[in-house]
Design a binder for this molecule. Sequence first.
Ligand code: VG1
Ligand code: CO
Length: 544
Amino acid sequence: MNIKIVPTTPFEGQRPGTSGLRKKVTVFEQPHYLENFVQSVFNSLEDFHGKTLVVGGDGRYFNRKAIQTIIKMAVANGFGELMIGKGGLLSTPATSCIIRKYQAFGGLILSASHNPGGPNADFGIKYNISNGGPAPEKVTEAIYANSQKIENYVIADTPDVDLDTIGEKILGETKIKIIDPVADYAEMMSKLFDFDLIKRLFQIGKFKMRYDAMNAVTGPYAKYILEGILKAPEGTVVNAVPKEDFGGLHPDPNLVYAHTLVEEMFSDNGPDFGAASDGDGDRNMILGHKFYVNPSDSLAVIVANFWNAPGYDRGLTGVARSMPTSQAVDRVARGMGMSCYETPTGWKFFGNLLDANKATICGEESFGTGSNHVREKDGLWAVLYWLNIIAATNMSVAEIVKAHWKKYGRNYYSRHDYEGVDSAIAHKIMDDMTARAESEIGKFYGDYEVETFDNFTYVDPVDKSVSKNQGVRVLFKDGSRIVFRLSGTGTQGATIRIYIEKYEPNVAKHDLDPQEALADLIEIAEEISGVKAKTGRKKPDVIT
Ligand code: VG1
Ligand code: CO
């Protein structure tokens, strides 16, 4: 086979963010752009000759084309085997599952997750290491460094591979395996949860569920598991066929973008349980009838109910949450006598804790929950966990959450996002707050006294690596918090995220709208940051 060595020059900005490299499709479509990045990934790895690489994506526009390029480059670079999801599809958690199960060297995930897809929308690529998780910062920094000095890449001169037929073929010295994207993942789920119990819930016939796959990758997984194995009635899963542009939807499972599901769940005859996931299947939104479960609460409920699920009923070693995620899960951990770790935003920071068995379950406020079964957050996993809890307790979603608040108190929580802000202004807002951090300590905002005001630095408890500049935290004496961060997943301008949290032990005050309960802190957040004043915005673009 003819291997071409193609001369190239570096592109600016090929630095992976919170979760891989995300750019507009038009950026990825430039000649050599994808190739440069893929070669920079391979150049950062050692001893992969003859080993296995898993490749798949969320099916968005450019997915198939990118996979063909990656196949030819992986062959030229000397991988021994490629495992590729049929149709080029693999959800992010399924990729993680397959890397681990088949002890692959690593994987490439093609996705921009919850960002829209299509010729004018977003694309992304992420490298996962042999534990199945996103490459840690030292690898992503090496990738970036390589991308800045790249001079050529290698690619096999061979026709495209048929991605739509399960089977094997040999290209040069590389075995190409097109695999069923769903089977291994489904088998794993059947071991973690009580499928017989959940099946009975659907058989009785009174329980109604709606799962919105948002025309993204979880469609085939949810159809197979929920309707196929668990016998939920046909039609339980909607928008189940992955589309290149997600049918024009913004595949981000939150109250704003999953509004069709939300409207149905809040209608008088709406289903008992509703869920949605994002483009690449690692996020989840959980809803009950006329009830929204905040992701931070979902994490706390999942941890508190570990004894309901067979995969977890022998106990958890510990839990971890990203720094901006509410402290609801901390209370559960304390109650159960477990450690609770606080990491920077992004799943890559959970990898070491999971590998070292310091944490069993992890979560983020951004609709992400998962466990040590894989090294990614896992949308469908969270949905099955909730189904298991509902089936085991015979309680509704609202009853489960309210009982949880009654026991642990309620952490009112909300996130306000200002999207597409001028990048210089956004950075200045963060820098200004960081610069005056020390002088803020002890200051009063209304009745709230500032206890800690800093820019979060994380020291990994396992490998002691240090990650700085992870967001401005304002911690008040009474346990309330405001956190400010800039998004690391956007492709246009900057997104400012403000996270607001307040603890309410009194059960008589648990039924407020979070925006109402947090109103004073929302004002204080503006007083501290001046986001509205400095960006000229009147209100956030997205509130979750
Ligand atoms: C966002 C979320 C973060 C999540 C990341 C990737 O990052 O806040 O919690 O891990 O997306 O999720 P940022 O930097 O934009 O705040 V996904 O579903 O894109 O892989
Ligand atoms: Co995602």
